[in-house]
Design a protein around this ligand. Structure first.
Ligand code: FAD
Ligand code: SF4
Length: 339
């Protein structure tokens, strides 16, 4: 059993799948378009719901595959089926002959500047949840010291017909609650507000985090959409919203407004799905052949899927799928060997 398996994407899904394929006796090779492994996990500071260090989790995923061949700064340019194998042409002139391909190309973040009304890229005090993670992790990217009032806007770029994305991104409610608690921990004198439509705290221990945010950290949850964002002459961000539970309009001045940008389909997925003839759903994510019993199956022989390339997912969900995909590849290649 020495079949080579090409993994497109070296984020959590690709790393875990590579580890499992190694353990099953195959030879995975990872193609990563960026200059480092880890995908979005490499950008996060602490993980919900319990604040685990993202760096430690990433180390646990990278360590077992440290001897796996990796092409960094590389993408797939062409893949032709040749008998039971694929001849894959990579950028930089390299070529790989592989028995199966696993697509783990993940997701992109909704570009916040597309929702102009929130003032991202215009007002200093308006940042995204991803910018906030970067600030927590590196101390860089936010030009505000000691914020005393911070607001979070949920559903930016998700559940929004106007930008043609009706879907919920699933992870941003719990991320907002986690980040709201972190702000209160780092800046104990601060006031923190979360503006939400619905709170979707669907996972185990997520409700505990929500209760902690209310009872321990006194985060104020306000049900209502932010309708207007502007900046006053002192540089504070002024927001108008309606509290739909009390039916009262609100106006709040903030030092920092954090936009919870959603998970959308990977910007480069068009190219990959074109090269591999994969189906895409209406929301742009790759469509598996059966979204209940075969999330790992692309419907194309020898091509498999794992992680957020098929839709918003948490890291535990992504890792479980990566393991399922590795097993599906093993079954596929074992059956081929018997034919
Ligand atoms: C703000 C935010 C915070 C989050 N916090 C948490 C958390 O605390 N806990 C949790 O469980 N989940 C969290 N998540 C979700 C988590 O980030 C995802 O579950 C996880 O990153 C999915 O892993 P993935 O490998 O499928 O995709 P990604 O992390 O997106 O990795 C995909 C990889 O593929 C590469 N790639 C893309 N296109 C190509 C190509 N054409 N060729 C080669 N390589 C390519 C990318 O560069 C990347 O390295 C958060 C999400 C967001 C938006
Ligand atoms: S998880 Fe919450 S913030 Fe994210 S899209 Fe769904 S409802 Fe909105």
């Amino acid at each position: 059993m020495t079949d080579r398996v090409l993994i497109i994407g070296g984020g959590p899904a690709g790393l875990e799948a590579a580890n499992q394929l190694n353990l099953l006796g195959y030879k995975p090779v990872i193609v990563e378009k960026d200059d480092t492994l880890g995908g979005h996990l490499a950008k996060w500071d602490r993980l919900f719901p319990e604040g685990e260090s993202a760096e430690t989790v990433l180390y646990k995923l990278i360590k077992p595959v440290e001897h796996t061949p990796v092409y960094l700064n590389t993408i797939v340019e062409k893949a032709d089926k040749e008998g039971n194998n694929f001849r894959v042409k990579l950028s930089g002139g390299k070529e790989e002959i592989v028995s199966a391909i696993l697509v783990c190309a993940g997701f992109s973040l909704f570009p916040a500047e597309k929702k102009e009304e929130y003032g991202y890229g215009i007002y200093n005090g308006v940042i995204t949840s991803s910018d906030l993670e970067k600030w927590f992790k590196t101390g860089k990217g936010v030009n505000i010291n000691n914020p005393s009032k911070v607001g979070f806007v949920h559903c930016v770029g998700s559940r929004d017909e106007k930008i043609c994305n009706r879907q919920c991104s699933k992870v941003c409610c719990v991320t907002a609650v986690k980040q709201a608690c972190e702000i209160r921990e780092k800046f104990p004198d601060s006031e923190v507000f979360c503006f939400y439509m619905d709170l979707r705290m669907f996972g185990r221990k997520y409700e505990d985090l929500y209760l902690k945010a209310q009872n321990k950290y006194r985060v104020r949850f306000i049900r209502g959409r932010v309708s207007e964002v502007s900046e006053d002459f002192t540089g504070k961000v002024v927001i108008k919203a309606e509290d739909t539970l009390s039916s009262k309009p609100l106006k709040v001045s903030l030092d920092l407004l954090v936009l919870m940008t959603g998970m959308i389909s990977n910007n480069s997925i068009g190219e990959i799905s074109g090269i591999l003839s994969l189906n895409r759903a209406e929301d742009g994510f790759i469509e598996p052949s059966d979204s209940i019993t075969k999330m790992y199956d692309s419907g194309k022989e020898g091509i498999f899927l794992a992680g957020a390339v098929t839709g918003p997912k948490t890291i535990p969900e992504t890792l479980s799928e990566a393991r399922a995909s590795a097993l599906a590849i093993h079954n596929y290649l074992s059956n081929k060997a018997l034919q």
